[in-house]
Design a protein around this ligand. Structure first.
Ligand code: PLP
Length: 376
């Protein structure tokens, strides 16, 4: 039996919305369906406004432009994240400053952030790994004390919650990804959510090639013109329509993924008790969105053995990030503040199990049966 690592959720409802987009005869960005996606985020996240963009990466780039990151400015981030979190900083001439993770959630260790702050520090990008929130209460306290901008990388977090509400609602801005590996997808796509209303007007300008075209469309100016830095950060209406259909089924998709996540979690309890692996730890008050199910094996060798055993039986279990601080570009463009012992340790032991919408019970059984055999 083959169990792929991921199959993008395709609901069947997307095609009807795409037909509506075609009938509307408006295909480029910022039409009716972009507005519906914006409204979904306003309603669910409680943000001031949400801008659909071509990717999570584009949303990070826009966010750092809004934070005025320029040559030599330092931005604090974890090393255990996707390259986009760092490339967006470097693109603007900024310097990524990597801080170690805390071992329970694998998120940035907020107790280590203050020691990484220098007079050049302008922003922090907390990355909420696997749909589990960082300690945002602590991060926002630091932000206030040092006057830093917080751009939450919630790429993996659609509809995840912590005790403060939806993940992505606490920082000045947050981003989401709709890449096909994410819970909700439109092929490629992202969202920049603006929580600090003072950033909204400039966000509209940056998105639209540096122009005040939106003001023109609202009848607030009689011509639109070049106002600021910018780029073409609009999502087409075809993708926004697809995304809207998926957003409407968000809870259904997450419930289905949670069933698989919880099945794995229950089935592996004994193995954890025997010290053969460690399962994900979800902090109290957090409601994750079942984006990733990972296990931590005792060593890199053990991980290689388990991964090979699973792969040989058709189960596509995969590792995750090569820590950015250890990569060629990470060393060239950024630096590590303090130690990286936790990140170095768990990234060499982490293995992700297949998890997607519609994963069948017999596939779940096969994953667990094969894994238990490999661990025996
Ligand atoms: C943590 C994190 N940040 C940023 C991104 C970039 O998102 P996208 O692939 O939509 O550009 C991803 C997704 O792959 C991610 O997992």
């Amino acid at each position: 039996m083959k169990v792929p690592f991921n199959i993008p959720a395709i609901l069947g409802t997307e095609i009807d919305v795409i037909k509506d987009v075609l009938e509307s005869q408006k295909l480029s960005g910022n039409g009716v369906f972009s507005k519906k996606c914006d409204d979904w985020f306003k309603e669910n996240l409680g943000c001031h406004g949400a801008i659909p963009v071509p990717s999570g990466t584009a949303a990070l780039e826009m966010g750092l432009m809004l934070a005025n990151i320029s040559h030599g400015d330092e931005v604090i981030l974890p090393s255990h994240t996707f390259t986009s979190t760092a490339t967006a900083i470097v693109l603007h001439g900024g310097v990524p400053v990597f801080v170690d993770a805390e071992p329970e959630t694998l998120n940035i260790n907020t107790a280590l952030i203050e020691q990484a702050i220098t007079p050049k520090t302008k922003a922090i990008i907390p990355v909420h790994y696997a749909g589990v929130s960082c300690d945002m209460h602590h991060i926002m306290k630091i932000a206030k004390q040092y006057n830093l901008t917080i751009l939450e990388d919630a790429a993996q977090c659609i509809s995840a919650r912590d005790q403060n509400g939806m993940v992505g609602s606490q920082g000045h801005m947050s981003i989401f990804s709709f890449h096909e590996t994410k819970n909700i997808t439109c092929g490629e796509g992202g969202m920049l959510c603006i929580n600090d209303p003072s950033l909204w007007e400039r966000a509209e300008i940056i998105r639209d090639k540096g122009t005040n075209r939106q003001k023109f469309f609202r009848g607030q100016v009689d011509k639109y013109s070049w106002q600021d830095k910018g780029s073409s950060y609009l999502m087409s209406e075809l993708q926004a329509g697809y995304l809207y259909a998926q957003l409407q089924a968000c809870e259904k998709i997450i419930q289905d993924r949670l069933e698989t996540w919880n099945f794995y979690h229950r089935a592996l309890e004994d193995m954890q008790n025997q010290g053969k692996l460690r399962r994900p730890i979800i902090p109290e008050g957090a409601a994750h969105n079942a984006h990733v199910y990972y296990i931590l094996l005792p060593s890199d060798e053990e991980r290689k053995h388990v991964q090979k055993s699973l792969n040989d039986q058709g189960v596509n279990a995969v590792t995750h990030y090569v820590p950015l601080h250890s990569s060629d570009a990470g060393k060239k463009y950024g630096y590590v503040a303090g130690e990286m012992s936790e990140t170095d340790d768990f990234t060499s032991r982490l293995l992700r199990l297949p998890l997607f919408y519609g994963l069948a019970q017999e596939q779940r059984d096969h994953v667990i049966k094969t894994l238990l055999k490999a661990l025996a």
